[in-house]
Design a protein around this ligand. Structure first.
Ligand code: AMP
Ligand code: ZN
Length: 146
């Protein structure tokens, strides 16, 4: 069960308010399309969120320009995290929809510094269904890919 769930009504989205400066944040960086600020939960020191400035709920709601801008900002922030905090590794996490683990419904990407045995875990139950199933899944995707 997530510790934090944003149930704000539309128009009062917590990250829209943060972008507008209506609530405080520890800002790291901003440009025309993106903003980076410290995650209030700090899973490890240096944990940053990179958000789209415009209210887009999930990855699928971003424009291609916003999607590219978010990854550019994440790479810059990750380089700064590496210099400033010297972690053993860095994980990028990005959740879409409640079932995907999203708790704030305004697009954001986690830049998370990692350390050996830091307690972060993600269940990843492998199914290995075999080459025929893989070919079928790929075919389904090619048919709808735009
Ligand atoms: P997610 O579960 O991927 O939707 O992540 C939402 C994240 O937003 C959580 O890690 C929260 O700690 C973080 N968060 C919620 N409110 C704030 C805030 N006002 N400032 C910074 N981070 C926040
Ligand atoms: Zn928003």
């Amino acid at each position: 069960m997530p510790m934090f769930v944003d149930t704000s009504p539309p128009g009062e989205c917590i990250f829209c308010r943060l972008v507008a400066g209506q609530i405080p944040s520890a800002k790291v960086y901003e440009d025309e399309l993106t903003i980076a600020f410290m995650d209030i939960g700090q899973v490890n020191p240096g944990h940053v969120l990179v958000a789209a400035k415009r209210h887009a709920v999930t990855l699928l709601d971003l424009t291609p320009e916003e999607a590219g801008a978010v990854m550019r900002t994440a790479q810059r922030v990750a380089a700064a995290v590496q210099k400033a905090f010297d972690p053993d590794g860095i994980s990028l996490f990005q959740a879409n929809g409640a079932a995907g683990g999203q708790t704030v419904f305004h697009f954001h990407l986690h830049v998370l510094p990692r350390h050996e045995n830091d307690g972060v875990s993600l269940g990843w139950p492998r199914k290995e269904p075999g080459p025929e199933a893989l070919a079928g899944y790929a075919q389904r995707l090619r048919e709808v890919l735009q």
